[in-house]
Design a protein around this ligand. Sequence first.
Ligand SMILES: [Zn+2]
Length: 416
Amino acid sequence: MRFITGKGTRPGIDGRGVACSVGLAAFVLGLLAGCTPSREFLLKRSTELGEDKNYVRVLLIDTKERISISSSSRIKISDLSDRRVLRDMNKGSVYFYPERLKRPVAVESWNAPLSVNGTAYRGSIELHSRMGRLLVINVVTMDEYLSGVVPCEISSGWNTEALRAQAVAARSYAYYHIMNGSDPLYDLDSTNRSQVYRGAGFETERTNRAVRDTSGQVLAYNGKPILAFFHSTCGGRTVDNDKVWSGQALDYLRAVRCPYCSASPHFSWEEKLTLYEIRQHLGKKFLGIGPITGISFKKSDGPVNLVTVEHKNGIVRLSGNDFRLLFPDKKIKSLSFDAVKTRDGLLLKGRGWGHGVGLCQWGANGMAERKASYNQILRHYYRGTTLMMIGEKPRGDETRKMARDRTRRVEYARQK
Ligand SMILES: [Zn+2]
């Protein structure tokens, strides 16, 4: 999820590719002559997907390098513009090169996941060439996507109601981006810039069941899916979204008390920061930073939201979140901290892990252990929201609206 840090992640799975078929790759690539996606194609494609509420497009890889796609079953490669089949083959591998892919193509398999650079994914794979780079996009049903997200974002051994709450939050977040995303080719990416998605190889039975149990359910505010941010541990109180990031204050992302996450190992923490370290990391963003002579942290009703650094060559001011993200992932775990001066720098004493906005995952599990339902958990962290089925008729035809929104996104992107 964009801006999110501090959530559990897992290492990549081992490669599963089958033997290479260089001759086949040459054959396929020889057929792929043409141009980059036309406006008509993008409009048609986005409308097709938008009309089918079940599908989500996830950017897996954006690279200048060669990628491989393989399957243990039949593979079909078709031209995405006109659906012409370019190749229908038995199991094997195909290589794609950014500089040689001239038309967008779809790769599908029968009854087996497709393996992209060794990682298995359900659904189909779309390949686009843009600015000399290869974009590898997984087109997958919403629940298959969520089955590959939930176990990456939360411990699959946690209470069932917490897993269900996470599934609904992740589904709401995904639908929000389907309706409001900015890229015409995909809705979300597969890293913690969106939601971590590692495909079929990471699924677990318990998280799959949580996805199935809540299938189609999203949290809505004023009838629309919400931007359901979540994080590991709030440390006692969540944070208003506009105190972390610039932009509109959202009614359903107001701070709430959370007396439920004290079991988290990140509930409280301490970390030393030397002045040299601070200068080194600030230097990544600001040129000409001299030796640091002073630093102050301004809080706004909880989180640090302004950092002022005085150095030999001047003064730098930046938001608390920008300051935090300059450092390695676990160095400054949250924005809820106090700083104490030490001989060579600062001692930070803080609470929680992550940005602190929206659902607190450890708190969700704490509530579930106290017999709260997933609906109660979600409505505690996202105030004023209601649970609804995507496409629920009384609240408007969401699927047609999604199609319109996707089409607008394409038009907007083409005009820019
Ligand atoms: Zn909490």
